[in-house]
Design a protein around this ligand. Sequence first.
Ligand code: F0G
Length: 437
Amino acid sequence: MSAELVCFNPGCPERFPIDAVLYECPRCGRLLEARYDFAPLKPAALTAMWDGRLLSREPLDVSGVWRFRDLLPFLGDTKHIVTLQEGNTPLLDAPGAAAYARLDHIQFKHQGYNPSASFKDNGMTAGIAQARALGMKRVACVSTGNTSASMAAYAAAGGLQAVIFLPYGKIAYGKLAQALEYGALTIQVEANFDQILALVRRLAEELGIYLLNSINPFRIEGQKTIAIEMLDQRGWQVPDWLVLPGGNLGNVSALGKGLRELKEVGVIDRLPKLAVVQAAGAAPFFHLFQSGTGGAIQNVENPETLATAIRIGAPVSWEKALREVQSSGGVVESVTEQEIADAKAIIGRSGIGCEPASAASLAGARKLCSRGVIAEDADVVGVLTGHLLKDPDYVYRYHTGRIETPGGDRLTSTLGNQPVVMPNDPGKIAEFLLTRA
Ligand code: F0G
C-alpha cells in the first residue's frame, strides 16, 4: 500500500517519501502527516481480521496498537517494531462519575493501563519503530513527564539511547522516576515546556537525534489507535461525544485522524464530536476557540496548572487539533484547578483513579453538560490519559487538605480522605472504628 508524508495544510501540495526525517513542511512550516491509499481495504474484511487477531499469540497481534496495523502501514518491515503489549486498555463504565457530571452514562477509556501507565505508549511504539527503521541510534524529547517515561521505556527495550529534556522541578515524581529507572539520559532544564521544545528542536537537528515529540508524525500514527480500539470495544457504535484533555494537542490530532480514517474506510459512518478540555491557567486553545477560530493562537507566556502534564502555553499541534475539532462539530472547554481536583477525586471514588490532567475530561464533561452543550442522555466517552500513581504527591496533598494552586490559593479538599494515626492499641482502634461504622 502506498504511504507518504504530506503537509497537513490543505493549500500546500508538498509530499515527501515516508522515510524522510522531517517534522514540518519545508515550504510552509506546517506539521506533516502520514497518508495512505486505503482504497483496497474493505471494512467487513478489516474488522473480521482484527477480531481474528484476538485469538493469536503473535506479539504484533497481541499489541493493542499493531493489531490495527493495516491502518498504519508505514513500515517496510515489521522487524523494527518494539512492543511492550501497549494498548488493550479497558473501557470502563463509571456510574458515580456520570452522576457527578449529571449525565445518564459515561465510559472511560483508561490509557493509564498501558505499560508505562499513560496514553503515550500507543504512539511511542510507532515512533520507536520508525526510529529503528531509519537506523537512528539516539532519540530525544521534551516532556511534561509522560512522553519521557514512555520514550525511555521503548528506547530501552529497543536498544536506543534516550535523551530526555524536562522542565526542572515541574514534573510529577512518578514520571521522573520512570525515566531514571529505564536508563534515560535525563536533562532538567530551567525553562518551561514550550521554551525547551524550541531548544530541543534545534539540538536534534544539529546533532542528528531523532525527535519523538508529538510533532513526529509516526507518534500520531500509533496514538490514533486509541480511538480505533475504543470503537472496537463498543462494537463500532460511535459515541456522541469523545472528551479529552488538551496540552500540546497531539492527542486530539491523533484521535481525530484515527476517526477520520475509520470513516474513510467505511468502518464507521459518522464522527463523534470532540471536546477538548484545558486547564484554565494553560488554555490558549480554549481562548482561540472562544474568540472565533479565524486567527492564530495566542500563546500563554507563563502557563500554570497543578495538572503539570498539560502545563503548556504554546501547543505545537493547534492547527491540526483545530481542524479535527471543527470537522467533528466539537468544542473546547476550560476548567479550574478546583474542578480538576474534585473530578479527579470522583474518578478515584469510582475505584478507577487517574492523574490530574486526565480528570480534566470529567470536569469538562460536567461543565459542558451544565451548559447544555452535551445533552444529559448523550452517549459520552472520556479519555483518562494517565494513571493515578503518576502523581502521588498531588493525591496526598489533596486528601490531607494541603493543596494549593501555583498562585498560592488553597483548594478545598471536597472529597478529602485524611489518613489517621493511632497508637498500637486494639481497644482505641476498635473504639475509633465504631465511630466510623
Ligand atoms: N494528559 C496527560 C496525562 C499528558 O501527559 C498529556 C501530555 C496530555 C493529557 C495532553 O496531551 O499534549 O497530546 O494534548 N503530555 C505531554 C508529555 C505533553 O510530555 O508527556 P496532548
